[in-house]
Design a binder for this molecule. Structure first.
Ligand code: ZN
Length: 440
């Protein structure tokens, strides 16, 4: 009971904190780092997050078998460039880490433009933008550049240098476990493998960090597990190493793309009717803002792994514009201007509203189930059309009394009665005080 009120009153104080600006500042701090699925960029990122929350950093050795996959070699890069005949750098990794295809093998070679062009990638439709590309599971190399840059390249000999290493090392991920009153867990997962890209997914990293920081001072019913992992291989690795404890995960959300101006979108878990799915639907309905609910589909972010049939965890993805629906996605235009403090803050608030429902969703048993108990004599009822507004919604009380058969939760009742979860919760507390309900 204590935690319920605490999270709720915290929500009311939320606006004063200027979270949007703080979240954007963390994104700006992480933006220049060259991250990939392994390597020092990931470690540096996790060390910065550890200044905010007490993250544990795990290292899983190259070659470790994780279900059908193997932890890859570790990739690190010191420098990469292409120099023209005059010795001028025409493409420079130091200017944007998107210029280098992630996991490019080392090379130092001279070649003419015709040969070089096989390794250059642009977006002709968006001639000013640099695309983002990877070659994780095929040993290759290449550069990404704006189409305008490509058009300026003369037909001459170039010096190509990639000072990278692809060697036995480890896959690095971060984990923060926040214990609550029970061992039942809420999983919050984000990917940390993208270089200088803001919405995908520095926005998710920043939201997960501030959500963890925010929850860490509250007394909570659930324990919370925050994962900062490289996409796909990181989720597969974590699930493989923690298979014996995933049964504790009762609810989960993958955090991605939460800083753009688009409407909030929720992709349901594979189960489709898990409590988390229904809590998000209720919270978004109550927000009275435009939003979209999508059924589960087996691509996207790491919900693909959590919702694989062997796990089928109740994990959905709460985002803004889905990843394949904005043209800035996986380009240099997904930058610090594309994500805005107000949208980050709005997304964080939506997460808190969902978790508020999850934390406070209870089941009760009506102690007077044969006909309605008399509310008037208990000072709970001034009549449905009473002159002064009653603190507790009488209709919500009738719904709670009727549906509190131990099967229906407060969330079920709110959805059935088209009521706000908070009103149903208040009604339940009032009835509980008069011993009309018993918690089950
Ligand atoms: Zn991505």
């Amino acid at each position: 009971m204590k935690s319920e009120m605490e999270l709720k009153s915290s929500l009311e104080q939320f606006q004063e904190e200027d979270f949007g600006r703080k979240m954007h500042a963390l994104i700006a701090k992480l933006y220049p780092i060259c991250r990939s699925i392994t390597g020092n960029g990931v470690r540096e990122t996790l060390h910065i997050i550890r200044q905010y929350i007490p993250l544990i950093i795990h290292e899983v050795p190259t070659g470790t078998t994780v279900f059908d996959w193997t932890v890859p070699k570790e990739w690190n890069v010191r420098d990469a460039y292409i120099k023209n005949g005059l010795g001028q750098k025409v493409i420079d990794f130091q200017e944007s880490n998107l210029h280098l295809i992630s996991y490019s093998v080392p090379i130092k070679k001279k070649m003419f433009l015709t040969e070089l062009k096989d390794h250059l990638f642009t977006l002709p439709d968006r001639p000013g933008w640099i695309p983002y590309r990877t070659t994780y599971y095929k040993e290759d190399w290449g550069f990404c550049l704006s189409h305008n840059q490509l058009l300026e390249l003369k037909d001459e000999e170039y010096e190509v240098c990639i000072d990278s290493s692809l060697t036995a090392g480890s896959l690095t991920y971060g984990e923060y476990y926040l214990p609550g009153a029970t061992e039942d867990e809420v999983l919050i997962s984000c990917h940390i493998c993208h270089p200088s890209l803001c919405n995908d997914n520095l926005s998710g990293i920043s939201l997960a960090t501030y959500l963890a920081k925010y929850l860490s001072v509250l007394s909570l019913r659930y324990s919370y597990r925050f994962l900062f992992i490289p996409g796909t291989i990181g989720a597969i690795t974590w699930l493989s190493l923690n298979e014996n404890r995933v049964f504790r995960i009762k609810h989960g959300l993958v955090v991605a793309g939460v800083g753009d101006s688009g409407r909030i979108t929720y992709k349901k878990s594979r189960r489709g009717d898990a409590e988390i799915d229904r809590a998000v639907i209720q919270a978004l309905k109550e927000s009275d803002e435009d939003h979209e609910i999508l059924d589960f589909f087996p691509y996207g972010y790491d919900e693909r792994q959590y919702c694989s049939p062997g796990f089928n965890l109740p994990v959905g993805c709460l985002m803004r514009t889905p990843y394949n629906r904005y043209s800035e996605y996986h380009t240099s235009a997904d930058n610090l201007d594309f994500v805005k403090p107000e949208f980050l803050e709005d997304s964080l608030l939506k997460y808190l509203e969902v978790l508020n429902i999850i934390e406070n969703n209870r089941r009760y048993l009506n102690q007077y189930p044969k006909c309605e108990p008399q509310l008037g004599k208990r000072k709970l009822y001034d009549g449905m059309e009473g002159k002064k507004k009653q603190a507790v919604d009488p209709l919500a009380m009738l719904w709670v009394l009727n549906m509190s058969d131990a099967d229906h939760s407060l969330l079920d009742i709110a959805m059935l009665g088209q009521l706000k979860f908070g009103d149903v919760q208040l009604a339940a507390h009032a009835l509980l005080e008069k011993n009309l309900l018993k918690e089950v």
